[in-house]
Write a protein that binds this ligand. Structure first.
Ligand code: NAD
Length: 356
């Protein structure tokens, strides 16, 4: 069997962490008699340097013709001063839109071996998933910067949602919750925003229409959700929310596990093809030093095997291998604690590979 994977290494630590993940995928391929055919594509800063644009048409084509996409990270100070549509992040928004990836799934799970890295006093059993709407809301709405009639510079961004955009993401959250503890919390700002009032109405409509018998649905205002994530994260199972709120809450939640370097993500649309990437950025401060933690990227490939390639057993193998390496005391600098062995990015990749 052959699976075509588009690989976007990106900028900063992107190439270093992706390299480790590809080695692991190749070993998994041998075990499961699957040939992973990697097609390399440019996006982000490196694409701007080499082609003049953050998302060349060829990259979109390669991704559309693949079973799945693996991405490192994009961005860096070198490209920070570019125009909005000439910045690396425009590549990210563009590829999500081009592939119709409307659902971003971010599991936030505190691995037992790393419980000491959680900044909360009582850190046991944090295990939640954030389902973030990815191609609507303020990041994609009408926007403008202009001088008003009194000469003041003025800017606005529009947070708009259509009913179908809300119902399709709600369905993703309900489906995921039915495979977990069955509890969905929909996060909005319905006390103030019209878009949130529609969000709440449609989420409940979708819930009652489909008779999700074993599920429980409740609503939470986003300001309260930000506080509750710190106060009592164990109350959350599946959180579903719009794009901007999800962006902020998922970064907040990620810190409950101690390091950005541990958390994978999946972005999915209607079909099976998805985009898989660590939730962190390109970490320019440690780029090129073989110091980055590759585990979020490696765990992203496990999500790819599970959600896009129908290889659940292989996904479990990778997750178990990561657990075993951590249980043996392997640590990169971001998750280092006393008594553990400090490894480089490539050494951590090897340590996981040895556990497969
Ligand atoms: P960042 O996530 O890159 O880094 C924040 C901090 O976490 C840094 O100290 C970094 O060294 C550390 N860190 C991140 N990933 C790590 C890893 N795997 N191992 C060890 N340490 C790690 O966020 P930032 O500094 O705000 O952004 C840097 C660049 O990345 C910016 O250009 C930003 O736009 C971009 N960015 C890209 C994405 C993406 O590609 N999806 C996401 C967020 C930020």
């Amino acid at each position: 069997m052959t699976k075509n994977i588009a690989v976007i290494k990106g900028d900063g630590i992107g190439p270093e962490i992706v390299e480790q993940a590809l080695k692991i995928l190749s070993k998994i391929g041998e075990r499961y008699n699957t040939h992973f055919n990697f097609s390399y594509a440019l996006m982000g800063g490196i694409a701007i340097d080499e082609t003049g644009e953050p998302l060349p048409a060829e990259t979109v084509e390669i991704c559309k013709n693949s079973d799945s996409v693996l991405l490192g990270a994009v961005g860096g100070p070198k490209w920070d001063k570019g125009e909005g549509n000439l910045r690396p992040e425009a590549g990210l928004l563009g590829i999500r839109k081009a592939l119709g990836l409307f659902a971003n799934i971010r599991p936030v799970k505190l691995i037992d071996a790393l419980s000491g890295a959680c900044p909360l006093k009582d850190s046991q059993k944090i295990d939640l998933i954030i389902v973030r709407e990815l191609i609507g809301g303020a990041y994609f709405g009408k926007r403008e910067t202009y001088i008003d009639e009194n000469g003041h510079r003025t800017a606005y961004d529009t947070m708009a949602y259509k009913d179908y955009e809300i119902s399709r993401i709600a369905k993703v959250a309900f489906r995921l919750a039915s495979l977990r503890r069955g509890k969905v919390i929909s996060v909005d700002k319905a006390n103030v925003l019209d878009s949130s009032r529609l969000w709440r109405e449609i989420v409940h409509q979708e819930f009652s229409k489909n008779e999700y018998k074993n599920l429980e649905l409740s609503d939470m205002l986003v300001d309260n959700a930000a506080m509750q994530l710190i106060r009592n994260p164990r109350q959350f199972d599946v959180v579903v929310t719009e794009n901007l709120f999800g962006d902020i809450l998922s970064d907040e939640a990620s810190m409950l596990t101690g390091s950005l370097g541990m958390l994978p993500s999946a972005s999915l649309g209607v079909g099976l093809c998805g985009l898989y990437e660590p939730i962190h950025g390109s970490a320019p401060d440690i780029a090129g030093q073989d110091k980055a933690n590759p585990l979020a990227t490696i765990l992203s490939t496990a999500m790819m095997l599970r959600f896009s390639l129908n290889m659940e057993a292989a996904a479990n193998d990778i997750e178990k291998a990561v657990d075993s390496a951590l249980n043996k005391g392997c640590r990169t600098a971001d998750i280092m604690s006393s008594g553990m062995s400090l490894l480089s990015c490539s050494e951590m990749g090897k340590a996981v590979l040895n556990e497969i």
